[in-house]
Structure formats: structure tokens, C-alpha cells
Write a protein that binds this ligand. Structure first.
Ligand code: PLP
Length: 432
């Protein structure tokens, strides 16, 4: 059912589903099935030939996942979405869908450590080169581009630096050259709408804020439907030339009757089919539950995080606080332009007393969980240099903004007094 609103609070509850047509169930059912009965042999043939859209096999599509995909598409203002088994699968498939051996992409240096590894090492073994550039200068993307460049890639609110990516500035360059901008919006759902600022494709780790309760791993790719793949046919042969893996389909032509969805359909029926990184319907159900309260939770995450940033900035044990509200100049302007309704739920800080004090601080926390995760309703803390970013070389680590003494907090939606009390006692303990 189409909902005639742009308000995220309403879309998060209603887009893509009204009631189960068979039972009337108001909650989205978990369609825990592998396969789907075809009506007759012609129906089966039509589905496989993409002459008709419908369910074939749950590795490629599932009705529970479909509601999640439609709901997130509506929230982002996109054309179509694809649910995947993890955020990592979403990043990998978003790129592999248009880049193959011999091609390159240009990526921001400010990335989650896992994405950095995927790009710098695993993609290299597949023959896809990733050229890393500093997003402080949007023109760096243009300079790194050549005729083998297939995408620009960035995180909208990357931790640990928490410097918001210049989406419009790089999207303008992308449009000028004819390259799609892929934006990982994991840390800023609801707050940032990358498609509205010119990004062409959005990826999410739904594991974080969208799920919101730390129960399930998942990912999503949302296609804005705004990139003209046919206009740039020479740069995108994978979408414009016959695909031997699907009886010679030319994706931009084969999907034309369905709207601007060539990119997502190809990802679904070739890469998801072949790699099998599907989201389980049970996890899709968890993410649908999470989405329902996402706008509400993001408000609370932002409010508590702002109060925590202010508290830490005034604390004698703290050297620096990294939070978008505390940036200055162009970084602050970008935060104010691209984030609406708050600066997100993440913050970082460095203790005056350095690395050992950081360890003591983490070990003294009682309310905060010490985990490698963000975006949970509970407050979380970690020391990235010895955990999430430990597989990078020290140069790579510094390039992503992780210094030895940096502590990352993902502020939850507990009462702010309890959050600050736990931080206060742990800071005290960090003195040794
Ligand atoms: N993108 C960002 C910004 C992340 O923080 C993460 C995980 O921490 C990922 C992608 C990968 O997501 P997942 O753990 O769901 O594979």
C-alpha cells in the first residue's frame, strides 16, 4: 500500500505493508519458507525469464524481506532495495555489481575498519583496485578518477573522526563525470538522507541503528534510481552489455518496464543468486521491528550523546572530545548541512593520561557494555586501536583517525543521569 507522506515516523510503521492478505495479521509475518509454489508451468517460466515478478526461492527474495526492502526504500526516497546477510555483504555487492577485475573505485579514507580491509585487501585479490582519498578535499575524487573508475564510495558519518562526508560536493563531481556515489549511511539513518543530497546508492549495516537492539546481523542496498546507466554505457558494461550469467540479458533493457531498478535487479538475480549472502526472514522481521521505533530512538540517541559530549568536554581527565557538534569551520558546516535533528549517537574522546588510562576506563565501566558494536539501544564502549582497527597497520589506523588513546562510545537510550554516572566513576578509576 502506498502511504502518501514523507514523515519518517509514519513510513517506519506503515510503508510496504498493511495486513497479511491471508490471515489479517498486523505484524509482518515471518515467511520462513525456502521455496514458493508456482501457479503453473508458464508462471514458473515467466518468473525465471523476469517477464513477471514473483517469488521463486528465498536465497533471492522473500516476502518478509520484501516488506523491509520496501519500507527502507520509502524512508530513503529511493527506487528499490535489496536485503543482505550483513553490512559487509551490502558494501561488497554494491561495488561488485558494477566493478570487475581491472576496474577501480575511489573511496574516502574515513571508513569502518572492516570495509577498509574489504577494499584494501580482499578486493585487491579480486582485481578491483580501491583508490583512497581524503574527503576533506572533494576534488580529490575527481583527481583519482580514470576511465576504469566505476564508483565513488564514502560513509556519511564515519567513526572515529565523525566528520560528515561532503555528499553534495562529491555527488556534483560524480554527476559531472558520470559515476555513481555510494554512501554508507549506517551511523546516521533518519538524520541523513544521502539520496536527497545527490548520492545515488545507499548502503546500510542494519545490524546497528536499524535493528537497534543488538540481536541480528544484516545489510541493505538502496538504489536511488537516479543514476543513468545507459547514458554512461561505456563505463558500465556490466549493466549495458549482454550478461552471460543470465542468458544474455542486458540489464538496463530487461528491467525497463519495472522502472529505474536495473542495478538492484541485477544485484538480486546474479550476485545474490551466486554468492548467497541472503538475509534470513527472521532477521528481516527483527529489522522491521527496529525500524518501527527508529525515528524515536534516533532522537534519544542524539539527545543523550550531545549531553555526554558536553559532560566529557568539561571533565578534567579528558583531553579532547570528538563529536560533530564540536567541529569547527567546514567540518561543522557539513555536519549542519547533512545531519537533521541531531548529530548522531557516536562520540569519541581521548584521556589526558593516554592508552593505559583508556584501558582502566574501559575495565571500570559498569552500565556500558564493552563490545565491538555501535547503534544498540544500550550504551557501548570500545578501544578501537586494540580491537576493531587492530588488523590495520599503524599507518592505516592513523589514516582512519584511530590514535592509541582513542575511546569510542555509542550512547544508548538509558536515562542520561545513569549514563553520566557510569562515565564519571570510570573516569575516576582511569586515574589508577
Ligand atoms: N558499515 C559501517 C559504517 C559499520 O560500522 C559496519 C559494522 O560495524 C559495517 C558497515 C559492517 O556491517 P556488518 O557488521 O553488519 O557486516
Amino acid at each position: 500500500m502506498a502511504i502518501d507522506t514523507k514523515n519518517p515516523e509514519t513510513l517506519a510503521l506503515h510503508a510496504g505493508y498493511r495486513a497479511d492478505p491471508t490471515t489479517g495479521a498486523v505484524a509482518v509475518p515471518i515467511y520462513q519458507t525456502t521455496a514458493y509454489q508456482f501457479d503453473h508451468s508458464q508462471h514458473a517460466e515467466n518468473l525465471f525469464a523476469l517477464k513477471e515478478m514473483g517469488n521463486i526461492y528465498s536465497r533471492i527474495m522473500n516476502p518478509t524481506n520484501d516488506v523491509l526492502e520496501q519500507r527502507v526504500t520509502a524512508l530513503e526516497g529511493g527506487a528499490a532495495a535489496l536485503a543482505l546477510s550483513s553490512g559487509q555483504a551490502a558494501s561488497a555487492i554494491a561495488v561488485q555489481n558494477i566493478a570487475q577485475a581491472g576496474d577501480n573505485i575511489v573511496s574516502s579514507t574515513d571508513l569502518y575498519g572492516g570495509t577498509w580491509n574489504l577494499f584494501a585487501n580482499t578486493f585487491k585479490t579480486m582485481g578491483i583496485e580501491v583508490r583512497f582519498v581524503d574527503p576533506a578535499d572533494p576534488q580529490a575524487f575527481r583527481k583519482a578518477t580514470d576511465d576504469k573508475t566505476r564508483a565513488f564510495y564514502a560513509e556519511t558519518l564515519p567513526n572515529p573522526k565523525l566528520k560528515v562526508f561532503p555528499i553534495r560536493e562529491v555527488a556534483d563531481i560524480a554527476n559531472d563525470i558520470g559515476i555513481p556515489l555510494i554512501a554508507d549511511n549506517t551511523a546516521a539513518p533518519i538524520l541523513c538522507k544521502p539520496l536527497e543530497h545527490g548520492a545515488h546508492i545507499v548502503v546500510y549495516s542494519t545490524t546497528k541503528y536499524i535493528g537497534g537492539h543488538g540481536t541480528s546481523i544484516g545489510g541493505l542496498i538502496v538504489d536511488g534510481g537516479t543514476f543513468d546507466w545507459e547514458k554512461h554505457a561505456e563505463r558500465f558494461p556490466m549493466l549495458n552489455q549482454p550478461d552471460p550469467s543470465y542468458h544474455g540479458a542486458v540489464w538496463t533493457e530487461a528491467t525497463k518496464p519495472l522502472g529505474p531498478v536495473a542495478y538492484i535487479i541485477k544485484a538480486r538475480v546474479t550476485l545474490l543468486r551466486d554468492l548467497g549472502s541472503s538475509m534470513s526472514p527472521f532477521n528481516a522481521f527483527q529489522f522491521i521491528q527496529g525500524l518501527e521505533t527508529l525515528p524515536l530512538r534516533m532522537r534519544e540517541h542524539c539527545r543523550n550523546t550531545q549531553a555526554t559530549a558536553d559532560f566529557l568536554a568539561n571533565h578534567e581527565a579528558v583531553e579532547t572530545v570528538i563529536h560533530p557538534s564540536r567541529h569547527t569551520g567546514e567540518d561543522k558546516r557539513r555536519a549542519d548541512t547533512y545531519l537533521q535533528g541531531g548529530y548522531g549517537g557516536l562520540l569519541g574522546f581521548e584521556l589526558k593520561a593516554g592508552k593505559e588510562a583508556g584501558r582502566r576506563f574501559i575495565d571500570a565501566l559498569q552500565l556500558f557494555y564493552h563490545v565491538a558494536n555501535i547503534g544498540d539501544a544500550r550504551s557501548l564502549a570500545i578501544h578501537p586501536a586494540t580491537t576493531t582497527h587492530s588488523q590495520l597497520s599503524s599507518e592505516e589506523r592513523l589514516a582512519t583517525g584511530v590514535t592509541d588513546g582513542y575511546v569510542r562510545l555509542s550512547i544508548g537510550i538509558e536515562h542520561i543521569d545513569d549514563i553520566l554516572a557510569d562515565l564519571g566513576q570510570a573516569l575516576k578509576a582511569s586515574n589508577g
